[in-house]
Design a protein around this ligand. Structure first.
Ligand SMILES: C[S@@+](CC[C@H](N)C(=O)[O-])C[C@H]1O[C@@H](n2cnc3c(N)ncnc32)[C@H](O)[C@@H]1O
Ligand SMILES: [Zn+2]
Length: 211
């Protein structure tokens, strides 16, 4: 890896890619997604493109209770639980039983068995049953359920809590994904300054503080 000063935006991107990759403690879990998709034939399971950012946000917010919607194979959950620190508990919702099973195996292997609970089911059916107050919620699942999730977040997230939203610009990959009109509405709702204090990162992730 070169230590040369990056002198163009592209070189900066390359520097970040190279260095964050080598310091990503859960990169070996992210690496399992592509072979999994080929074997399972599923299309919607991708690791978060910035696990270390999730870890840093969790470390900063110091949440005791975290909720994730869209567990996948467990990469983002590992970063969130790791960043939040040893006293924190993560509930993570996953609709696909094979994904849930693989994620549980990853959580066990990484020593998070007691701190991460996988809740099997669609977000829309699991959310109404949840009673806990959460300090941090990560949304990374079905666009069609995004408005249901956002409404549930108002109920489940404490004031001052952090909502991190991925998957809000999936139209750039496929403009025909069902539910894109729901994420379009979601994107605007989190810009309602009476309810949320929101910033978007360049890759389209939204970071919102509940007012
Ligand atoms: C983008 S992946 C999540 C990736 C994970 N957050 C990570 O970064 O490692 C989306 C996951 O949501 C699951 N899923 C799809 N629709 C869902 C729904 N309505 N409720 C809960 N999970 C769902 C898929 O099976 C898939 O595993
Ligand atoms: Zn799969």
């Amino acid at each position: 890896m070169s230590s040369k000063e990056p002198t163009s935006p592209e070189a900066v991107r390359t520097w970040i890619e190279n260095h964050t990759r080598s310091s990503d403690r859960f990169a070996h879990v992210a690496d399992k997604y592509e072979p999994h998709r080929k074997r399972h034939g599923c299309y919607d399971v991708y690791p978060s493109n910035n696990g270390p950012l999730l870890g840093a946000l969790a470390a900063m917010a110091k949440p005791k209770r975290l909720l994730e919607l869209g567990c996948g194979l467990g990469y983002s959950g590992l970063w969130l639980a790791y960043g939040a620190g040893t006293g924190a508990l993560l509930d993570t919702v996953e609709a696909n039983s094979e994904h849930a099973e693989i994620a549980r195996a990853h959580f066990n292997a990484e020593g998070f068995r007691k701190r991460i609970q996988v809740l099997l089911g669609r977000a829309g059916s699991v959310l109404p049953k949840l009673k806990s107050r959460y300090d941090l919620i990560y949304f990374d699942t079905d666009p069609a359920e995004s408005m249901i999730v956002l409404q549930a977040c108002r109920r489940l997230l404490r004031k001052g809590g952090l909502l991190i939203s991925a998957n809000l610009f999936l139209g750039q990959y496929n403009p025909n994904i069902p539910g894109l009109e729901k994420t379009a509405e979601y994107r605007l709702r989190i810009l309602d300054a009476d309810k949320w204090h929101t910033a978007f990162t360049e890759d389209g992730t939204a970071i919102s503080v509940r007012r």
